[in-house]
Write a protein that binds this ligand. Sequence first.
Ligand SMILES: [Zn+2]
Length: 311
Amino acid sequence: MPTALFSHESSLTHVTPPGHPEQVARIAHIQEALSQPDFQILERRSAPECSDADILLCHPQSHLEAITRAEPTSGSVALDADTHMSPGSVKAARHAVGGCLAAVDAVMAGEVGNAFVACRPPGHHAEQSTPMGFCLFGTAAIAARHAMERHGLSRVAVVDFDVHHGNGTQALLWDEPRSLFIGSHQNPLWPGTGLAEETGGHNNVMNLPLPPHSDGRLMRATYEAEVFPALKRFAPELVILSAGFDAHRDDPLAQLEWTEADFVWLTEQLCDLAATYCGGRVVSTLEGGYDLNALAASVAAHVRVLMERAG
Ligand SMILES: [Zn+2]
């Protein structure tokens, strides 16, 4: 089966201020990398816009209205020190969510083996009523809820390997016993959450803080000792990846020392686990990654494994 690649041109119209790391050029670099000949067999699909009801799977109506109201008609508005909106930001965020939901639908229908969603803004820091960390809506958590509510799944794993803790996904799924949220991240690092003792309302959250300057060897040992056994106990029916690539050693926002080879290894392990428990159903959605060349190379390496494993 093919690997699907979901994208939408609205990702290019969410414009952040000059010098902001979460920039339009991230998507342009990814698109360039995935335009190379070995990616021709990707099944390219347009990421549809999500509905209000989709966003309300995880956020209150007041949050949707506040975000919609906050969008400027020109220029840029800052929601906090990190999180900005331009004309087109709401549309971009709605297509990012919609792309992830469509990826779940395609994988659940057996139309594709797995999927990567190359949209922005990212989502894993957005809490119920709080946009933050470049994020407006909790894309990965909404996709997990979508899989539960509309596909009837009762065990959805969300694995977040972005270098920053996915505080938003954790908050949105904290009281959701049908989900298992596992996050590895540098600590100390913004946003400061994600300590090992944060275990969710139903022992359904697992946090793996990693010290600054640690490399892929510690990551691999940690995943082998903690993450893979937890996933095997959970036996997921679907694996959603919050795929941030800012743990790369070249990333300017953090101090982990992972390489492309580490992202390859991690993707292989997670795909193999998904093959054992859920027919290989993996939906991977882009989160962070701010060195443009490292991001493009890491995404390409990640997607190449998805293609190999989709068979
Ligand atoms: Zn990040």
